[in-house]
Each structure stands twice: as structure tokens, then as C-alpha cells.
Ligand binder design. Sequence first.
Ligand code: ATR
Length: 270
Amino acid sequence: MTDRYCVFGHPVAHSKSPAIHAAFAAQTGQTMEYSAIEAPLDDFAGAWRRFVAEGGRGANVTVPFKEEAFRLCDTLSQRARRAGAVNTLILGGNGATYGDTTDGVGLVRDLKRAGVDLAGARLLVLGAGGAVRGVLEPLLAEAPANLVVANRTVEKAERLAADFRDLGEVAGGGFDAAAGPFDLVINGTSASLAGDLPPLPDDLFSEGATAYDMMYGAEPTVFLRWAAERGAHAVDGLGMLVEQAAESFFQWRGKRPDTAPVLEALRASL
Ligand code: ATR
């Protein structure tokens, strides 16, 4: 039977993961299938069990199932335990389910691709939801000078910062407490989805700073437009999507695809 993989989401029809993994498989000569499956909102575990029974070997997990996927895993990577969520499920030889999260390494690899030097950098991360929690450990592993988490709901930023303080100098607060300059500002809020901009101070960016939005689209997000007007180098999250997929692919197949042509093709298709 051909090894099967999928992305679980709800909704999931517009996911770019099937196209990305098909490109990786073609590039590395892997015989595998990868589809998009809309799991029922009330039975994610059942959807995974059924998929495994039909030859499923692994899956990506997207909104809104990342926390539920975390809970069904028999074993977890260290970074997934920190994130409290998984985006990658792997079926072990013994039938056990192993969970990992590749979002953070995906983000770090894409930042490096964009020429960002994280070591010693002053970092501001906007948002304190699951998307941000999922990337903090890999960001802190790059040894930034410090990292500030700013959020609309201040207590959430404070709690998140406290959870990661053992890994580096991490502070949490409201948007108004984000006193720059920062070398890198990452927007991990979902404000861009609604076309909103968090209320940020004007003097946020250092000379040569990068603004990164974990969202992407055919047009730059409101945040990236705002940042570019203030002189920052603006990068969207399409590369993070491709890099997190590449890391999942590596976990499943033991092959590292070349992400550059896949990102280029995906960009052209937006
Ligand atoms: P995700 O898993 O994508 O992180 P989430 O856990 O719902 O989703 O978190 C969404 C994040 O975007 C939160 O940090 C949220 O701020 P609150 O914690 O105050 O709710 C932030 N967010 C959403 N819409 C926003 C907006 N219009 N302006 C500023 N922040 C916003």
C-alpha cells in the first residue's frame, strides 16, 4: 500500500500543504500520497484513527485541531511539549503516535533565509495565542539578546513570558509597553486576518530591522505595509509555511527537500 499522509483542518479545502508535499515528493523521488482531510470538529481522534486504519503514516494538523492532536499523542518532542500543540503526527512502528511541532523551526529557517541574524538581536513578538506559543522555544534557542511578548490582553503576554523565562530574557506586556528599538518584530496575532493593525508605537524599528508577519497573502498585510513605511524590511509567512512543511516531510521520509523552488512556485501561484 502507498504510504499516506494528509493535513487535517476545518476548513481545509484551501490548504497549500498538498501542493507543497507533492512538490517535495517529486523532487526527492518519494512514492507517497498526501491529501487534505476535513476532520469533524467533535472527533479529531476518530479521524486520525480512521486515517491510520486506511494506511495513514503521518499527518499535518492545522486550525483548530493542534491542541487536540497534542492530547492524543503517546509521545511528544520537547518543543511540542513546550508549545502545548502539535502540527505533525507520526505513526511509530509499534502503532504509537508521536507528535512534533515544526512551526518554530520553520519560522527560524525562513528568518535565516531572509537574512535575519537572530543571535544577539532584540526581538518583539506581537500576540500571545497558540501561534506564538508554538514558536518561542526555537526563537529563544537562537540566543537573541532579549525577547518581548506584547499582546492586546496583557495578562496572556505576561503568563506566556513567564512560561519561557527559563530559556532566556523574556518579558511580557501590552502593545504600549513595547519600547523599541527592535531588530526583529514578528506579528503572530490574527489581527491581519481582519485587516487590523495592533496599536504600536511609531519608533519600533532599529536601523535595518525586519518586520515578519506569520500570515501571508497575495498582497502585503496591513502590518507589513505599516512596517515598510517605517523603513523595516518586510517579510510575510509564506516561507514559514514551506519550511515547516519541509521539516515535517523530513521527519516522515528522512529526506530534506530543496525549499527555494517550491517557495518560488507557491509565490507565483498566490
Ligand atoms: P492563534 O492560535 O492563531 O494564535 P489565538 O490563540 O486565538 O489564535 O490568538 C490570537 C492572537 O491574536 C491573540 O494574541 C489575540 O489577542 P488577545 O489575546 O488579546 O485576544 C490576537 N488578536 C486577534 N485579533 C486582534 C486584533 N484585532 N488586534 C490585536 N490583537 C489581536
